[in-house]
Design a protein around this ligand. Structure first.
Ligand code: ATP
Ligand code: MG
Length: 256
C-alpha cells in the first residue's frame, strides 16, 4: 500500500483536482484506491457528489480521534472515501503541532486493504497538513505557473521537510512538483518553466496539466477526466501523469 498526500499552502492550485482525477484513474486501472479528505472545506465530497454527512462512514475527524476500524464510503468500483467534515476545522490551527495519529493507524494496518491512498489537504501550514505528510510515503506539490508560485513551492517543500524532521519515525519522500493550469502562450511561461526546471531538476513532473475549461467545469457536472472521451486533452494529460507517478513510485521501490 502506498500513500500520497497532495500539499500546498497556496489555495486554488489544483490539489483537490489532482486527488479526484488521479484516484479515479488509479481505481479504473484496478488499484484499490482510497481518498482521505483532510480539508475542512470538504471539496472532494462535493466534487464527487458524496454526502459528507452519510451515517456509519468513518470521517477524517474519526481518524484523528483514534479508531480501530474503518468504514469507508463507496464511490465506485475500487474507489472509497474517508470524507472530512466541518468539525475537523479545529485541527486546522497553525499553532498546534500535528502529531502522527493517522500515521499510527497506517502502521496498525488500517488501510492495508488498499493499494493506493490519496490524501487531500487544506491550503494551510497546519497540523492537518502535517498529519497528511506524516501518514504518507510520498508527497506531491501542485502549482500554477506564476512567478510568485516559485516561492510557494519552496515554502511547501520546506514545510514538509520541517514536519518530517520534527515527527519521529516518519519518512515521506518528495515525489515532485506538478505544473497545473498551464497556458503555454503566456509570454512568461518559458522563463518560468526554465527557472523551475533549474531549481527542481527531475523533481518537476514531465507531464504538465493545461488550463482547460473542461477541468474548470467538471466539479459543477460532478465529472472526472475519465468521463471525457479518450481524445480529450484533460484525460490524456491526467493519464500520463498517473503513469509518471507509478513509474516514480516503482523506481523508488527498486532502490529502497
Ligand atoms: N487544469 C485546470 N484547468 C482549469 N481549471 C482548473 C484546473 N485545475 C484546477 N482548476 C480549477 O481551479 C479551481 C481550484 O482548483 P482546486 O480546487 O483543485 O484547487 P485546490 O488547491 O484544491 O484549492 P484549495 O486550496 O482551496 O483546496 C477549481 O475551480 C478547479 O476546477
Ligand atoms: Mg482543495
Amino acid at each position: 500500500m502506498k500513500t500520497i498526500s497532495i500539499i500546498c499552502q497556496k489555495g486554488g492550485v489544483g490539489k483537490t483536482t489532482a486527488v479526484v482525477n488521479l484516484s479515479t484513474i488509479f481505481s479504473k486501472k484496478g488499484y484499490r484506491t482510497l481518498i482521505i479528505d483532510l480539508d475542512p472545506q470538504g471539496n472532494v465530497s462535493t466534487y464527487l457528489n458524496f454526502d459528507k454527512n452519510t451515517k456509519n462512514v468513518t470521517s477524517s475527524i474519526d481518524l484523528l480521534s483514534g479508531v480501530t476500524e474503518i468504514f469507508t464510503g463507496e464511490l465506485s468500483e475500487n474507489l472509497s472515501i474517508i470524507p472530512s467534515n466541518k468539525e475537523i476545522a479545529r485541527y486546522n490551527d497553525e499553532k498546534i503541532i500535528g502529531g502522527a495519529k493517522i500515521s499510527k493507524l497506517k502502521k496498525y494496518g488500517l488501510f492495508n486493504e488498499f493499494d493506493f491512498v490519496f490524501i487531500d489537504t487544506p491550503p494551510t501550514m497546519s497540523s492537518l497538513v502535517q498529519e497528511g505528510i506524516a501518514a504518507s510515503d510520498y508527497y506531491l506539490i501542485p502549482t500554477k505557473p506564476e512567478f510568485l508560485a516559485i516561492e510557494g513551492v519552496a515554502q511547501a517543500m520546506s514545510f514538509a521537510k520541517t514536519t518530517l524532521k520534527n515527527i519521529p519515525n516518519v519518512n515521506a519522500i518528495f515525489l515532485g512538483v506538478l505544473l497545473n493550469q498551464v497556458e503555454t502562450r503566456r509570454a512568461s511561461y518559458e522563463e518560468f518553466l526554465s527557472e523551475l526546471e533549474y531549481l527542481l531538476g527531475d523533481r518537476l513532473f514531465k507531464t504538465k496539466i493545461s488550463h482547460l475549461t473542461e477541468i474548470a467545469d467538471s466539479p459543477f457536472y460532478g465529472k472526472t477526466v475519465i468521463d471525457f472521451n479518450k481524445e480529450s486533452k484533460a484525460r490524456i494529460q491526467f493519464n500520463k501523469l498517473a503513469e509518471e507517478i507509478i513509474e516514480r513510485v516503482d523506481k523508488n521501490e527498486e532502490i529502497t
